[in-house]
Design a protein around this ligand. Structure first.
Ligand code: NAI
Length: 332
């Protein structure tokens, strides 16, 4: 079977890690035609729009994309392309599996959890204004529809992947209406999944428990901002941003990307760690139904860490992106 997949190289280290991932996927023997699309700073410069219509149309047509990180200017300039993409394609669920890699130093062992983050609303709705000079207001939107479908996604994922527990993360003690609605929707959905244990946990307590007993967590579902923060915290539990994969999934299409950003400090030097995007590509293969190829890619990455000393600089080694990629391909 041949696949056509949209490829968004992105900014900074994006082109380096997407090239590495393409090489690994080519080595699996699958036939993939890449529909390369610009986004971010490169698209703003060349096409006058950081999130061009052609890019959206390409993902809608191919229904699947592999994406490098895209930089977002802070406090000025264009709005986040990542947020715009998620909204335009209704990629309502952000999925981040976080698992120890044998051979990658971390303070914890036995971490194997999955963060499911609501991607379309909350404080990321972009509804901000200055009320009067010196006072800014930002609106947090929580709807029954979005809260129900993200809870449904989390429980469906838990059931399909034989997970035992879903932790619903909230702050409904303070935000009684908005987080209260989110929690209420999750409770209703949970009743249809009686074999799965439900834990309700307040976000600040959750952060504390995650850094004390991460092995007690399984699937966690939460709103946009809590998900953004806790998924970076969880990346830290297993060795950092360079090794955690991710996916943004909707009912029509899915975009697979690493958790890390464009790492401008090391861009263009050929030293970026491509692990996170290669593991995101393994998630993509699983989504496509290519279970065997997905397993082979994941096992190859695990084997490099468990059985060799090849490491990029972020993990204390001196291998280049190309050397690490070669090691993964050899392990395949
Ligand atoms: P970052 O993740 O780009 O970098 C944080 C630190 O981790 C840096 O020291 C960097 O060198 C290192 N790092 C990240 N990924 C690495 C990798 N694969 N290999 C080796 N080292 C790695 O976060 P930062 O600096 O906050 O953001 C930079 C830009 O990326 C910003 O414009 C931000 O908006 C954007 N960003 C984009 C994301 C996306 O497209 N999904 C996600 C997060 C940030």
């Amino acid at each position: 079977m041949a696949y056509t997949i949209t490829l968004i190289p992105g900014d900074g280290i994006g082109p380096e890690v997407t090239d590495a991932t393409r090489e690994v996927l080519a080595a699996t023997g699958l036939t993939i035609r890449w529909d390369v699309q610009l986004a971010g700073a490169a698209a703003a410069e060349q096409l006058g729009n950081p999130c061009p219509d052609e890019l959206i149309a390409s993902v809608q047509k191919n229904r699947i994309a592999l994406k490098g990180p895209i930089g977002t200017p802070i406090g000025r300039g264009f709005r986040s392309v990542n947020v715009a993409l998620r909204k335009a394609l209704d990629l309502y669920a952000c999925l981040r599996p976080v698992k120890n890699l044998e051979g990658v130093p971390s303070r914890f062992s036995g971490v194997d959890l999955v963060i499911v983050r609501e991607n379309t609303e909350g404080l990321y709705s972009g509804l901000e204004h200055m009320v009067v000079p010196g006072v800014a207001e930002s609106l947090k939107i929580v709807s029954e529809k979005a809260s129900t479908r993200i809870a449904e996604f989390a429980y469906r994922y838990a059931r399909a992947n034989k997970r035992r527990k879903v932790s619903v993360v909230h702050k409904a003690n303070i935000m009684k209406l908005s987080d209260g609605l989110f929690l209420d929707c999750a409770r209703k959905v949970s009743r249809r999944y009686s074999e799965i244990e439900t834990q309700e946990v307040i976000v600040d307590a959750c952060a504390m428990q995650l850094v004390r007993f991460p092995e007690r967590f399984d699937v966690l579902v939460m709103d946009n901002l809590y998900g953004d923060i806790l998924s970076d915290l969880c990346a830290g539990l297993v060795g950092g941003l360079g090794v955690v994969p991710g996916a943004n999934i909707g009912d029509e299409c899915a975009v697979f990307e690493a958790v890390h950003g464009s790492a401008p400090d090391i861009a263009g030097k050929g030293v970026a760690n491509p692990t996170a995007l290669i593991l995101s590509a393994a998630l993509m293969l699983q989504y496509l139904g290519e279970r065997e190829a997905s397993q082979r890619v994941e096992s190859a990455v695990h084997a490099v860490y468990a059985k060799s000393t090849v490491r990029t600089g972020d993990l204390g080694g001196n291998a280049t992106t190309a050397e690490f990629t070669r090691a993964v391909i050899n392990a395949l």
